[in-house]
Design a protein around this ligand. Sequence first.
Ligand code: PRX
Length: 634
Amino acid sequence: MPNQINSLYEYLEAYKKSTENPEEFWGNIAESFYWRKKWDKVLEWNFDEPNIQWFINGKLNITENIFERNLADFGNQTAIIWESNSPDEPSQHISYNELFKKVTQFANVLKNQGAKKGDRIAIYMPMVPEAVVAMLACARIGAIHSVVFGGFSAQSLSDRIIDAEANILITADGAYRGAKTISLKNIADEALEKCPSIQKCIVLERTKENITMKKERDIWWHEALATAQIECKAEEMDSEDMLFILYTSGSTGKPKGVVHTIAGYMIYTEYTFKNVFQYHKNDIYFCTADVGWITGHSYIAYAPLLASGTLLMYEGVPNYPHAGRFWEIIDKHKVTHFYTAPTAIRALMATGLEHVKPYQLDTLKVLGTVGEPINAEAWHWYHAHIGKGKCPIVDTWWQTETGGMMISPLAGITPTKPTYATLPLPGVQLMIVDTEGKELKGNGVEGNLCIKFPFPSMLRTTYGDHERCKQTYFSTYKGLYFTGDGVKRDEDGYYRILGRVDDVINVSGHRLGTAEVENAINEHPLVNESAVVGYPHDIKGQGIYAFVVLEKDGQTHEKDAMKASIISTVNKIIGAIAKPDKILLCSGLPKTRSGKIMRRILRKIAEGDISNLGDITTLLNPEIVEEIKKEAGF
Ligand code: PRX
């Protein structure tokens, strides 16, 4: 396979080349892709504006690189194996030839509904092959997709549609998730009341539940398909045209739309997929992410298909109808590569080995993790009981903003160390700095993780607000992209991610801004103010701890009822993923004399460690600390 690294020596060589001459390095890799017109220049950049451009003036379409480039060799190969939420429903096998037809025909549906190049199209779908078809169909016609995770609320969906000014929404009647059904279309209907930009809503039939179709606006997927032609020529796109927007949380304000552009994203995700996983022909790769997150974009919808791989896509959840469901799927479909999140590993570990023992798991070759730091216990369990001690684990560190993996072992090539993401991938130039931005050189250092040179798949902007992109990522330390993560580089030069150093919490591998959760809580009519912090949680990695001050009227209500009502407000505004694990009702929050909430103190209390709360005498209201401690059970 082209661009495949086969040994540690080749990795070191590739890394060296990628830093000494990045343009030549990435230019060579880009040669194996299909271009309507080659680029004039590989890279132009400056991190101050920021302005990052790769493969300038190149013309291409990413779907031609998935399909036309490879169909002669791979047309009959299975592209997607789909496994239903229910073990009783037959799985599907979709070949590349069939997937190609589905994509082009649905691209025509989009065109028939008035979609054109540059339009933003929102996708709010279950984990069914049609979600990938919808994404690729957008790419085929040059429309920009914005996928919204199916667990988000009506308000979160409408916020994202409004921000992107999307004109089409693609959704389904409902989604199966374990024992539950999510009424996607009903939620979408509520969201669309606030979204005048949406002209058309295309609805896939999945759960067959009762929904209403709004005349003129709503159209069934299968009905639209019946009148659509199959062939659809790919739109010619520029390297730097937008491929998609994906909203993600930060430490301030509403989620921002991270923008990825076509060529750099395509090249980097395919390259990292092949090398990190050491994916080879006939391997079967199962990634448990949802297409609503970046992992589901890069390592479900795009990279495995660009690499002509066979992708297993699963509709359901890890523990339905039983806690051995993942392992059952691995045996059933002879999965070789399995990529999941530490939170899932911890949850399944907690259910006991009796759920693993009935399965062989002998087809597995490579295991992966992503989304949050993996603790040593979970790493060893995964290695011993799922990988049977013979499968390397790739602990892949990256972000929505990086588009592709940044720090990771190459499976079977890079010696691993539990809890370490190990070494940067080719093209990734890291720098560790202290809080003042001074570089911490050498090994055995700990600080804030930055990236000092562009790589092809990095974000280009935040949609509609370039200044926000600059402020969030490129202004903390001059000339550097700041990741928001703390990191340790040990004596061997290996990297271990220590977690976020900003006001972002990582709950079950999902990023949430504390401000975003606070804003949702504050929407409750009886809440006066709130402060949210993360705390260590055995399964989720971090849990959400909310300190809430009620209005006078609220204080007369029964406490448990108030807490339940606050949780339902958060569910409604963001979605169940942001639901606080613990709520502490108090009469005030510890504040400095300038009115700033002292989160440090709240964090300590939430962590259950009050031994060293620091000096609280300078607080405006030191007495509140005692009240909160008491309420927390100290
Ligand atoms: O804190 C890091 C953590 O997840 C953040 C990125 O979140 P998101 O954009 O939602 O993307 C998740 C999937 C790529 C990072 O800033 N993170 C991600 N992977 C790891 C990780 N922390 C430790 N180890 C990882 N492997």
